[in-house]
Ligand binder design. Structure first.
Ligand code: HEM
Length: 424
């Protein structure tokens, strides 16, 4: 694939991608051309509340350049679905923030045999049957113990004292990090997330991420050295050994970027998915009461509705390998296109009243776990973990109300409530 100047941030005498896709559009000023709405979107707008932005893009400009994010956005369900499977797009996306943050090769931005090898080290441990064998014995004791420490902590914030710790610890223990404590694990995923959301290439975000990356490597490298000599059943060990000729292991530099990606998504998202769901339920006590009355019947669909309503991971990056067309829109070769799952999940062409949180809506697949060959490797683990975390919480608290105002949500690549403070 030819890599050309992306023209996302207009330079003097340089045509923008807008000009490439809308040649001849008249200018209001007479000196240039009209500013396209997508070019006015800021990272702050997205961080605060991306949903009105996505609604407007879906209606008026569904595949459009967003210079603030250094990529294009695809916002309709049908277009995201098309791009995820389109032969003219690759996951090998030089512009994806995870490359700069965590290094390459990594499972998210590789294709073909490299992708298979990296995914193959992680995925088997998180397949549905395997997860069913160990999830109760792994997660329930963690959740129950964490609820006790929440009650003893003096804090009333379920986000920081319950959902995030359970999620971080469950993933770390399942993946092969057996010794690292919960505050460290939480610090790790918060630091890693600063790199993964760094679409705007902010040096401050990068510095936070890189200091955590150095810490993770200082823990992971000796662990990998030991596992190379003495394998075990953990995904960390599998990444080293699976599919390798007898006596050989993958070098740590080939594995570490994918370890960081799994630590980030695997530790952060189930906790945030659970918190998003709880806020949705607490904002509508009738739905919470209905769930309590039939938890076995309704919890699975409530979990999916929470993930659809606020997708914990908002986007995936794909890059056009040649000049191509999607939905009649020309996309030049080399263009990084962020496929916005969070927007696809609110597409009015697919759901009635898509902005509403409604655990009773007719069941339809959502995109919170992605699309295509990079579909989330931890989906079953995540859903089972949210299930147990919610049951333990609801059993312990027969009533749940917010301590003060309902929390706001923040973020667009990763979205979660700013807190989850309850009245105690
Ligand atoms: C509610 C929780 C979770 C959500 C919403 C979520 C969402 C996603 C999404 C949207 C993708 C695709 C990203 C892309 O294509 O760019 C993805 C990929 C991935 N997820 Fe998850 N995830 C969750 C939990 C987990 C857990 C617990 C694990 C632990 C194993 C995990 C491991 C991965 C891996 C390894 C990939 C990369 C797959 C590939 O590139 O082939 N995720 N996840």
């Amino acid at each position: 694939m030819r890599r050309k100047a992306l023209n996302l941030i207009p330079a003097a005498n340089h045509p923008t991608l807008d000009m490439l896709t809308n040649p001849g559009k008249p200018s209001r000023t007479g000196r240039g051309r009209d500013m396209r709405y997508s070019e006015t979107i800021s990272i702050d707008d997205l961080d605060r509340d991306p949903y009105p932005v996505y609604t407007r893009l879906r209606a008026d400009d569904p595949i459009a350049p967003v210079p603030a994010a250094n990529c294009w956005f695809a916002t309709r369900w049908a277009d995201v679905e098309t791009i995820a499977r389109h032969p003219d797009f690759t996951a090998v996306s030089p512009e994806a923030p995870v490359n700069a943050a965590f290094g390459q090769p990594n499972v998210l931005t590789s294709d073909g045999s490299m992708h298979q090898a990296l995914r193959g080290g992680i995925e088997p441990h998180y397949r549905p049957k395997r997860v069913a064998d160990y999830i109760e014995t792994l997660v329930r004791p963690i959740a129950e113990a964490q609820l006790q420490s929440f009650l003893a902590s003096g804090s009333n914030d379920l986000l920081t004292e319950y959902f995030e710790p359970v999620s971080a610890l469950a993933l770390a223990r399942s993946f092969g990090f057996m010794e690292v404590d919960t505050p460290t694990l939480r610090r790790w995923f918060h630091g890693l997330s600063q790199g993964a959301i760094n679409f705007e290439r902010d040096p401050a975000r990068d510095a936070i991420c890189q200091s955590v990356v150095a810490e993770i490597e200082s823990v992971a490298l000796p662990l990998l050295e030991r596992l190379a000599k003495t394998p075990d059943q953990s995904p960390l060990s599998h990444l080293l050994h699976a599919g390798m000729p007898e006596g050989q292991t993958r070098p740590p530099e080939m594995i570490l970027p994918s370890v960081k990606i799994t630590l980030l998504g695997g530790m952060q998202e189930p906790g945030h998915g659970a918190a998003n769901l709880l806020v949705g339920l607490m904002q509508d006590p009738a739905q919470l009461a209905a769930l309590r009355a039939d938890i076995d019947g309704l919890l699975p669909q409530a979990i999916d509705e929470g993930l659809r309503w606020i997708a914990p991971i908002g986007t995936m990056m794909r890059t056009a390998t040649k000049d191509t067309t999607v939905n009649g829109i020309s996309i030049p070769e080399g263009t990084p296109v962020s496929c916005i799952f969070a927007s696809a999940n609110r597409d009015e062409a697919r759901w009635d009243y898509p902005d509403r949180f409604d655990i009773f809506r007719p069941s339809k697949a959502h995109m919170a776990f992605g699309q295509g060959s990079h579909f989330c490797a931890g989906k079953w683990f995540a859903k089972a973990q949210i299930d147990i975390t919610m049951r333990v919480l609801l059993e312990a608290f027969p009533t749940l109300t917010f301590a003060d105002q309902p929390p706001e949500f923040r973020g667009w690549e990763f979205r979660a409530p700013t807190h989850c403070r309850i009245a105690l």
